[in-house]
Write a protein that binds this ligand. Structure first.
Ligand code: FES
Ligand code: FES
Length: 177
């Protein structure tokens, strides 16, 4: 057992964990944050993606002990994030989920893509999403939702200019909120 102190969704946490406990098990079983899903458990599917110090990480292959002093953010910690709000809107509008198993991690990765690329082109999104597996929706609507969210959040970009209805929809939605 080791003593571990870290930040989870903005709140300081200190607890004892087994050396072998994965970050995925820690957030799910230790803290009830079940938006972090466990699929393959060997770093291949991306369903367990969380943020560690703001960077996407596969929590099934990160030991909890490696998070000493670090900031861990799960999907639950991004509920009020404006990029996630736009992604939720676009995933809903583009029918970009069916069972939802991959969706929290898919959105965390999408948020990172938008942070790094802004209004990313579909080809860039497909390349960046290579490590996120969805077994039921198909990738076309997921890519479309991320592209639309990127365009809506970056209304002066070329991508938004090519799809002005996307930016207009987003502007209307934010005006109404
Ligand atoms: S469960 Fe972690 S990458 Fe698949
Ligand atoms: S929505 Fe079912 S696995 Fe992606």
């Amino acid at each position: 057992m080791i003593d571990l102190s870290f930040t989870l969704n903005g709140a300081p946490v200190s607890q004892r964990v087994e050396d072998r406990t994965s970050l995925a098990d820690l957030v799910r079983e230790g803290h009830g944050l079940t938006g972090t899903h466990v699929g393959c458990e060997h770093g291949a599917c991306g369903a367990c993606t969380v943020l560690v110090d703001g960077e996407p990480a596969r929590s099934c292959i990160v030991l909890a002990a490696m998070c000493e002093g670090r900031a861990v953010t799960t999907a639950e910690g991004l509920v009020d994030d404006p990029v996630m709000a736009e992604l939720r809107r676009q995933f809903h509008d583009k029918h970009a989920l069916q069972c939802g198993f991959c969706t929290p991690a898919m959105m965390i990765s999408a948020r990172d893509i938008i942070a790094r690329h802004g209004a990313a082109a579909p080809a860039t999104i497909r390349k960046e999403l290579a490590g996120q597996i969805c077994r039921c929706t198909g990738y076309a609507p997921i890519v479309a939702a991320i592209a639309a969210a990127g365009a809506a959040l970056n209304p002066s970009s070329d991508a938004a200019a090519a799809a002005p209805h996307v930016a207009a929809t987003a502007a209307g939605a934010s005006d109404a909120s």
